[in-house]
Design a protein around this ligand. Structure first.
Ligand code: ADP
Ligand code: MG
Length: 249
């Protein structure tokens, strides 16, 4: 049994079958990559795992408990944190302020922007945020306006914001999309470090094969809403079906 078990999940948007009979099992402490062409249903699948979308049929179990029917913040409290495809930080706030938001949001289930000042005074939240900033190697940037961070550092901050919640499962949707090579390599190194240092399972949607093969222990190829193949990275590279459907060879 994996820490995450997806069984027979279907999701339609009107006439479009975005997910068709998706089965997926993610092993605890693995780094599991989900790859596939644009429109394959990767983000839709991720959204079904975090309560942003509700599958039409099927089940999603996290650590033996169903996530279906739960609100996103409840799923977050179960131990799933997620990095979005587009940056989701508050540019007007400092790095440190951004780092405190998810800790507060997870604990209280929801938050209001005007409550941030009250969070600032909470010692435990500050200590946890500072610790993650240190882990992220960003302590020197704690007072910076987040909008002024480089693209790579914005991603680093977002990943840190997820880690501040101490998740058991970290979900990443194309974390290196639009990044220059140097930032991509920094992100790879950061995720490798997280894998090594933390007791955490990672599921990553990724286009960049260099990222996938640098990090993944296991790969699922999604095509037109259905898993085409799931295997170890070395077998994915050599699989003719995958080369044809995805790698474009
Ligand atoms: P991927 O992340 O693999 O690129 P998506 O999961 O975003 O793919 O999309 C899968 C399919 O579902 C696409 O055809 C997309 O246009 C469609 N789709 C995604 N979200 C919605 C939505 N909210 N409403 C209608 N169609 C959607
Ligand atoms: Mg997507």
């Amino acid at each position: 049994m994996g820490i995450l078990e997806v069984k027979d999940v279907n999701k339609r948007f009107g006439g479009l079958q975005a997910l068709g009979d998706v089965n997926l099992s993610i092993r605890e402490n693995a780094c599991h990559a989900i790859i596939g062409p644009n429109g394959a249903g990767k983000s839709t699948l991720l959204n079904c795992l975090v309560g942003k979308l509700i599958p039409d049929t099927g089940s999603v179990m996290f650590d033996g408990q169903s996530v279906l029917g739960r609100k996103p913040f409840e799923i977050n409290q179960m131990g799933i944190s997620r990095v979005f495809q587009t940056p989701e930080i508050f540019g007007d706030l400092t790095v440190m302020e951004n780092m405190m938001i998810p800790i507060f949001a997870q604990r209280d289930g929801a938050f209001e922007m005007n409550a941030i000042t009250s969070v600032l005074s909470q010692k435990d939240v500050i200590e946890r945020a500072e610790q993650v900033l240190e882990d992220m190697n960003m302590s020197d940037k704690r007072h910076m306006h987040s909008a002024a961070l480089s693209r790579g550092d914005k991603r680093r901050l977002e990943i840190g914001m997820c880690l501040s919640q101490n998740p058991r499962l970290l979900l990443l949707d194309e974390p290196t999309a639009g990044m220059a090579r140097a930032d991509t390599n920094n992100t790879i190194d950061l995720l490798k470090q997280i894998k090594e240092e933390r007791d955490i399972t990672i599921a990553i949607i990724e286009h960049d094969m260099h990222v996938v093969f640098s990090l993944a222990d296991r790969i699922t190829v999604l095509a037109q809403g259905t898993p085409l193949v799931e295997d170890d990275p070395q077998n994915i590279r050599g699989n003719p079906k995958v080369r044809e459907a995805y790698l474009g060879e």
